[in-house]
Design a protein around this ligand. Structure first.
Ligand code: SAH
Length: 213
């Protein structure tokens, strides 16, 4: 992206409450157009969700930034993302920490995302095709867990795979309605919930999708 576009993009994020310098730097360094099909690339830096394959969407940049900021990632964190989609959010996470796992139920999306992440030399992300509502027990516990698809309640299996002291961010609510973005901090005393505002995500569905590859 050119400097002018980049400046406007970052100013826009700042005006929406993104203040964490590391998050802003990560957002500045990842070209969002690389995660879009050609026809949508001209709109890559507008603050809007856009269609991707398999009837899914790439999230709105300010929401990606808001969720990333809420996760409060340190460079030593092991992070799990559920809902790889385009791979854009995973790329931002990969800029902020040493290890990212991301799970997608649509195999074609997982495949393209992995290719895009590799093209950007983000070798610290592993893309897995699977049902993210089950988490990734073999790699758990995680320091941070992010869901980019909405469920009615925080999935119990994912809460179990969150380390004590860890943070989970996810949209909760009925599918096809406005959902609430929540942050959960896990401590020895239990779970502490904070509401972060209204969002709209595609629903978290069970099982791996039967795509015709
Ligand atoms: N984070 C993405 C946007 C995600 S859209 C990005 O940056 O582009 C939500 C994604 O969650 C969709 O691709 C959808 O297929 C996926 N999804 C829904 N339920 C899932 C599940 N149980 N496991 C894994 N992925 C799931």
């Amino acid at each position: 992206m050119n400097t002018e576009t980049q400046m406007q993009f970052i100013l826009g994020l700042r005006s929406k409450g993104i203040t964490d310098a590391r998050v802003l730097k990560a957002m500045e360094s990842i070209p969002r157009e690389a995660f879009l099909e050609g026809t949508f690339q001209p709109r890559a830096y507008a603050d809007t969700p856009l269609p991707i394959d398999c009837g899914q969407t790439i999230s709105q940049p300010s929401v990606v930034a808001q969720m990333t900021q809420a996760l409060d990632i340190t460079p030593r964190c092991k992070v799990l993302e559920i809902g790889t989609g385009s791979g854009y959010q995973a790329a931002i996470l990969a800029k902020l920490t040493r290890r990212v796992y991301t799970v997608e139920r649509h195999r074609p999306l997982a495949r393209i995302a992995a290719k895009r992440l590799a093209a950007l030399d983000l070798g610290n992300v592993t893309v897995i095709t699977g049902d993210g509502s089950l988490g990734l027990p073999e790699q758990s516990p995680f320091d941070r867990i992010l869901l980019t698809a909405a469920s009615e309640d925080p999935p119990a299996l994912l809460l179990k795979q969150l380390r004590v002291g860890g943070i989970m961010v996810l949209p909760v609510g009925q599918s096809d309605m406005v959902q609430t973005l929540i942050k959960i901090v896990k401590s020895d005393n239990g779970l502490e919930y904070t509401e972060l505002g209204e969002v709209r995500f595609v629903p978290l569905l069970e099982g791996v999708a039967e795509d015709i590859a």
